[in-house]
Design a binder for this molecule. Structure first.
Ligand code: F6R
Length: 655
């Protein structure tokens, strides 16, 4: 969950580290910190400790770890640092860096697991002598026992975190005579838990060591073949986005991997000491996609991008006659025809997309399908037919619960296909086959465009399965037309909803709680609308299938508990209108999503949100956008931080 970035090179490290943290801030933003190796000679009085900046000393050190940490956003940390405007390509002469600057360092933006949000708990952590610093993403098992043991053995600890223990263990191994790589290996060998971890060493100022177990870690190779060695730089991060401005050549670590980084390159090995041959990948993500441009926040940009995302997700995959080509899911027609059932797993927004997908598999392909919450499935995996189609959905490809569920399903002999957005992520590499969502990097913590891309991919898969399982050609052609028209229909919906959404957001911002309803295919979309609203606006928001309201939830309704109702033009419309009438009778204001000409629905709406008319099976893709706008608008009216809702982080890489 936390963001990690590290670099060792020949130029000032701080500008690059701070840039990396800014790019990763969406992964965790409770606190942030940085530690750079600086020559002791650059200190005000050489070798002296500087308590204000957290500089540590040992007898006559040549280099010291200069550490700065702060609670709050990266901008607050940056304000504490020496001038980071130094050009990152300025080559520094050894031992002649401007005050506070060094050429190697590690940095971290935190999402708290162990220990409250305080400066003392912010990373990097150092051992008591200040010779080893660590940034860590993950959770150590049995940390309480290890802490007691280390304290009993006379170690001093300064934080409540499990991560600090790593610095202490590595420093101990160093004192026992190990070099950096072996010290990390020795420390990690005895531990259980998850880590994406990077260490820096005051006694080896141009070396970083990183390792991975259950939390992502990617090494960036900055030396251009044949390039000027004075510009060598090797980087590491928890997410390739932090590396994009500096290098495109990366190596993703696998669980049990370790890497020793120097400016001129990296050496990869396994925890048991065996050497590993790295597979170098070249990232092709355009940098512009992660920048804000003219938008106010990343969520705004990502909502607006959806027509384009739909077009990308369809490109080259769907012909006008309904023929679907999904390169990564190339099941022979006979296997598709014989599939006994399907299971789709994911969390949060990905789970809502999975629910839409399961409904589409049932309708278009007559395939019994259900969607499962990954965290529950990992505890109690269902008994599935051995030939079941199993799919895992994830935007980040790093969600711990989803990866764990995939592990359980694989243990039971199932091949799991991935629907993943992030290229090269853990899930993408783990699933032998699957499709990429092509949504582009999603930065805002609240997922938007990934949902749309997932639903498109699932609709295509349902269509493909359907054609092998009796779906008539004419129906496939009609649906293909609706899908190909979607980008325009979505752009029209976005524009038509902009003004009424503003009114609806003003209404919701004074609410006590908000109820969402939808039936059939619209039920998971209503759930997604409620999730968006509660995570962004911090309002109690619940979703029920329309028919369930009268079995309890109606008791909630009053003038300050509005209902957001989805009334698509499909077989659920009549029942949805009946339910809506019951809501109006109870005096609750209503925000109703309906087709532009639906006068019956409009008559029951306090505020109408017009959703372009389309084939009912693509309606979820049109309904979700106004709900995203509504959540964002309400959160803005309440003064919330849109891209960084409290207590949350993008990529939930812990249990
Ligand atoms: C909600 C949201 C989360 C994620 C969930 C799964 O807006 O973003 O609910 O959908 O944490 O994440 P991925 O899709 O990365 O596995």
């Amino acid at each position: 969950m936390c963001g990690i970035v590290g670099v060792t090179g020949r130029a000032p490290a701080l500008p690059l580290l701070i840039d990396g943290l800014r790019r990763l801030e969406y992964r965790g933003y409770d606190s942030a910190g940085v530690a750079v190796l600086i020559p002791a000679s650059a200190l005000p009085s050489p070798g002296a400790a500087d308590p204000a900046s957290g500089i540590h000393e040992s007898a006559q050190p040549r280099y010291v770890l200069s550490r700065h940490r702060s609670v709050g956003p990266v901008s607050r940390l940056a304000a504490l640092l020496p001038d980071t405007a130094l050009l990152p390509d300025t080559v520094l002469l050894p031992d002649a860096a401007p005050a506070g600057h060094g050429t190697a360092g590690i940095a971290h933006t935190r999402w708290a697991t162990h220990g409250a949000v305080t400066e003392a708990n912010a990373h990097p952590h150092v051992d008591a002598a200040g010779r080893v610093a660590v940034v860590h993403n993950g959770v150590l098992e049995d940390a309480a026992r290890l802490r007691r043991q280390l304290l009993a053995e006379g170690e001093a600890l300064a934080s409540d975190t499990d991560s600090e223990l790593l610095a202490v263990l590595v420093a101990r191994a160093q004192r026992a005579g190990s070099g950096p790589e072996d010290a990390v290996r020795a420390a990690l060998a005895g531990l259980h838990g998850t880590w994406g971890v990077v260490f820096a060493f005051a006694d080896h100022p141009d070396v970083l060591v990183c390792a991975r177990m259950g939390a992502p870690m990617v090494v960036g190779l900055g030396r251009a073949p044949g390039g000027d060695p004075r510009h060598d730089r090797t980087l590491v991060a928890s997410d390739p986005q932090a590396l994009l401005p500096w290098t495109r050549r990366v190596v993703f670590l696998e669980d049990g991997d370790l890497a020793l980084l120097r400016p001129e390159g990296a050496v990869f090995s396994r925890l048991d000491g065996a050497r590993r041959r790295p597979q170098v990948r070249v990232l092709d993500t355009p940098l512009a996609q992660v920048e804000l441009g003219a938008f106010d926040d990343h969520m705004d940009r990502e909502i607006a991008e959806q027509p384009e995302v739909l077009a990308r997700a369809l490109a080259g995959r769907l012909a006008a006659d309904g023929t679907v080509v999904l390169g990564g899911i190339d099941l022979p027609p006979r296997r598709m025809a014989a599939l006994p059932e399907a299971l789709l797993v994911g969390c949060g927004t990905s789970l809502h997309a999975a629910r839409v997908g399961a409904a589409l598999f049932a309708r278009l392909a007559d395939l019994p399908a259900h969607a499962a919450e990954a965290s529950e499935l990992a505890l109690h995996p269902p008994r599935l037919h051995p030939d079941a189609l199993v799919l895992a959905l994830s935007q980040s490809g790093e969600t711990f619960d989803t990866l764990q569920a995939v592990g359980e399903l694989e243990l039971r002999g199932h091949e799991v296909l991935g629907l993943v957005n992030t290229v090269g992520s853990s899930l993408a590499r783990r699933c032998g086959a699957g499709v990429y969502l092509r949504a582009g990097p999603e930065v805002s913590v609240a997922s938007t465009k990934a949902f749309s891309a997932q639903v498109v991919a699932l609709t295509l898969l349902a269509l493909k399965l359907g054609r092998s399982r009796g779906l008539p050609a004419a129906r496939a052609t009609a649906l293909a037309r609706a899908l190909l028209d979607l980008p325009d229909a979505l752009a029209a919906t976005r524009e038509a909803c902009a003004a009424p959404v503003a009114g609806a957001a003003a209404l919701l911002s004074t609410a006590r709680a908000v109820a969402f309803t939808g039936r059939g295919l619209s039920a998971p979309v209503a759930a997604e609308g409620a999730l968006k609203l509660l995570e962004l606006a911090y309002l109690p928001a619940m979703a029920w299938p329309g028919g369930a309201l009268k079995h309890g939830p109606l008791a909630l309704l009053d003038a300050r508990t509005p209902v957001v109702a989805l009334v698509p033009d499909d077989e659920t419309r009549a029942a949805a209108l009946t339910g809506l009438a019951e809501v109006c009778t109870r005096g609750a204001p209503t925000v109703v999503l309906h087709a532009p000409g639906d006068a019956d629905a409009a008559a029951l709406a306090t505020i109408s949100l017009p959703v372009a008319a389309a084939d009912p099976l693509v309606a979820p893709l049109l309904q979700v956008l106004p709900l995203q706008q509504l959540a964002r608008g309400t959160a803005l009216a309440l003064g919330r931080d849109i891209d960084r809702p409290r207590n949350l982080a993008k990529s939930v890489t812990v249990a």
